[in-house]
Design a protein around this ligand. Structure first.
Ligand code: LLP
Length: 426
């Protein structure tokens, strides 16, 4: 990717040397390129709007919850797919338009529903129980709640089973066969106005065909519910493309290829029903993943059964390798121009055998004190971090050209203690 370069053997992000950043801010450290996020957002916007004028890109907030990331995307015109009151607060604080938010989730509380009603945020309703709860909450507030239903399209997709969200067996959405009846039920609720439809088929999908199939299901449903008398204001096709985590063996479709697969289906479908809904998409990973590296210092190198490179970041800060067996490229940031010297397993500091960031990787001759960069960690990296082993979370730095600034300070041990309360009998 264009925001990376190697100069004098060191890895640079935009105009910043990772080795200098590690020295200045300490490690572990997440480092994010602002320009890369803007470029990715513009890629979706341009690709979709070359087919249709009424499009909105809703950033899937779960991918990276830093306020600065929300602010960058808001300034590029993004709305957000939000799953919690925390994500709502971040999106609004970043200046996003409440009308460009969709409150998603299969298990919302009455408080979540009340918040959406109060702020006029549309809700993607995931069950009939939720529909009736929302109707009651809206009635109490003297308002009408605008909704979509989350459609479960029952599609098999080529990705890790834990992140395939539109399988018939998945917890998300209402089975597509039951969707027309659900809309009919919504029409009968006095404080509900159905205005959209929503689906999501899965994440880290490297092929556009499943997205086109989902679009076909969605336009079929659009037709069915238009016949019920519903005036569709938006059709939300869900999450975005996967990314090539393995830089040598994988390729990912571009937003242009996505649009070429999906837009003809969408355009034909809406023409047939003579409707002009906004088209929404909800990419997360592909907007932010490759903007970011996780920098970690090598505490020691140990030749044992394998050669372990013991670094100061583990699954407390990046759980993807452990949770989904996912692959992230590793660069020795201070030896980025050196030849491969052997096979190394990069291990974190957590007290679990499984705490490995990379297994059997060909790397230059890495030594204690070196700096390792774990690539493509801007999505589901910090946002899935924890304080396991009572480790404070690390800082995050934003890069713009030659400038660097904190976008999140590191937590301290005092932060860990601050929320604890000693019961009076101890
Ligand atoms: N919209 C909805 C309703 C979603 O459930 C998701 C992701 C997205 C949008 C964003 O999809 P994306 O563009 O990022 O593929 N933690 C996992 C990924 C979980 C994704 C769940 N839903 C990982 O690290 O791979």
């Amino acid at each position: 990717p264009p925001h990376f370069s190697i100069r004098g053997g060191d890895l640079f992000i935009e105009g910043q040397n990772c080795v200098d950043l590690a020295e200045q801010y300490g490690t572990p450290l997440y480092v994010t390129s602002e320009d890369r996020i803007r470029t990715q957002m513009q890629g979706y916007r341009d690709a979709l709007s070359s087919y249709y004028s009424d499009i909105s890109v809703l950033y899937a907030a779960k991918a990276n919850g830093n306020l600065a990331v929300f602010q960058i995307l808001a300034s590029e015109g993004a709305g957000a797919d939000v799953f919690s009151s925390g994500e709502v607060a971040l999106a609004l604080k970043a200046g996003m338009d409440p009308h460009k938010l969709l409150f998603n989730g299969s298990s919302k509380t009455l408080m979540d529903l009340a918040l959406a009603v109060e702020l006029g945020i549309r809700v993607s309703v995931d069950s009939l129980d939720e529909l009736h709860q929302l109707d009651a909450v809206a009635a109490e507030a003297g308002k009408v709640a605008e909704i979509a239903f989350r459609v479960n399209p029952a599609l098999e997709v080529p990705t890790h089973p834990k992140i395939a969200t539109g399988l018939a067996s998945s917890k998300f959405g209402i089975p597509h066969q039951q969707i027309p009846a659900a809309y009919a039920e919504a029409l009968a609720c006095s404080n509900i106005k159905p205005v959209g439809i929503h689906c999501h088929i899965g994440s880290q999908i490297l092929d556009v065909t499943p997205f086109a199939k989902a679009a076909e299901v969605m336009v079929r449903i659009a037709r069915e519910i238009t016949d019920l008398g519903i005036k569709l204001e938006f059709l939300d096709l869900g999450g975005g493309l996967g990314i090539p985590y393995n830089h040598t063996s994988e390729t990912a479709p571009s937003p242009a290829e996505y649009a070429a697969a999906v837009m003809p289906v969408f355009l034909a479908g809406i023409k047939e029903c003579n409707i002009h809904p906004e088209l929404w998409v909800e990419p997360g990973r592909s907007l932010v993943a490759d903007s970011t590296v996780l920098l970690a210092t090598v505490n020691s190198v140990k030749k044992a059964h394998k050669t372990f490179v013991n670094v100061d970041a583990g699954f407390n800060l990046l759980i993807r390798p452990v949770m989904y067996d996912s692959y992230h490229e590793i660069v020795v940031a201070n030896r980025a121009d050196q030849p491969i010297a052997g096979t190394y397993t990069v291990a974190g500091p957590i007290c679990e055998t499984g705490d490995l960031l990379a297994v059997d990787r060909a790397l230059p001759g890495v030594q204690e004190g070196d700096l390792v960069a774990v690539l493509d960690t801007g999505a589901y990296g910090f946002s899935m971090s924890s304080q396991y082993n009572s480790r404070p979370r690390c800082a995050e730095v934003l890069i713009r050209g030659g400038d660097a600034a904190l976008m999140r300070r590191a937590e301290t041990v005092d932060d860990l203690l601050a929320s604890m309360v000693t019961p009076p009998w101890l």
